[in-house]
Write a protein that binds this ligand. Structure first.
Ligand code: PGA
Length: 248
């Protein structure tokens, strides 16, 4: 059985004080969660949030990670730095990074590999644009992204990764994929993993849905057999809303 994982992707939101206040409010609301709960604040809030969630069931995630351990990469943050302050997860290859910051499949793979090398679990994002869905190439797109992101990974590492299937047209738009669409494409992602690593291993990998998932639609999405959790943007910015998703 795969333990569900619900992660809040705060994106570029929250000042330090707001971040601490949000997790302070969130702690008691998710204390009995049956899933793994993760919050992914902006880098600058990670340390304070780490202190605030010590001893709770909330895990800490970053929103990106560099592919090198250290060096001349102005403005970047590395896995050892994140590990040192208690970061356990990192979102990698979010569509906003692919769209606005030139993220490539190859770099996604390198970032995820470096996260794993330092004991940080990557939450690797894949997903098609509206145009790609309309052109009927969704399955091909997510298959290519998934296989590229895991290229040359050991089976032991693949077992640890979390994949987030996020149709780009559903992110921040209020438009969710139907439960069936989300389930089906997540099945395609799982098949892509199975094609390289076999079915048994693919069945162990947790695959989230992301894209306008909220308190209202979470339980129906989570009831689908292929969906092992959610990557939550907008609905993770208020403690009460996020707790309702977590307690689906
Ligand atoms: P959304 O964002 O929940 O606001 O659609 C999800 C995401 O981008 O991870």
């Amino acid at each position: 059985m795969r333990t569900p994982i619900i992660a809040g992707n705060w994106k570029m939101n929250m000042t330090l004080a707001e971040a601490v206040a949000l997790v302070r409010e969130l702690k008691p609301l998710v204390a009995d969660a049956k899933c793994q709960v993760v919050v992914c604040p902006p880098y600058i809030c990670l340390h304070a949030v780490a202190e605030e969630i010590k001893g709770t069931n909330i895990a800490l995630g970053a929103q990106n990670i560099h592919w090198a351990d250290k060096g001349a990469f102005t403005g970047e943050i590395s896995a050892p730095m994140l590990k040192a302050i208690g970061v356990q997860y990192a979102i990698i290859g979010h569509s906003e990074r692919r769209q606005y910051f030139g993220e490539t499949d190859e770099r996604v793979r390198d970032r995820a590999a470096n996260a794993l090398a330092h004991g940080i679990i990557p939450i690797i994002c894949v997903g098609e644009s509206l145009e790609q869905r309309e052109n009927g190439v969704t399955d091909a797109v997510v298959t290519v992204q998934t296989v590229a992101a895991l290229k040359d990974f050991s089976p032991a590492d693949v077992e640890k990764v979390v994949i987030a299937y996020e149709p780009i047209w559903a992110i921040g738009t209020g438009k969710t994929a139907t439960n069936a669409e989300a389930n089906e494409t997540i099945g395609v992602v799982r098949n892509a993993i199975a094609g390289v690593y076999g079915k048994e291993l693919a069945n162990k990998v947790r695959i989230q849905y992301g894209g306008s998932m909220n308190a209202k639609n979470a339980s129906a999405l989570m009831a689908m057999p292929e969906i092992d959790g959610g990557l939550i943007g907008g609905a993770s910015l208020k403690a009460e809303d996020f707790s309702k998703v977590v307690n689906f």
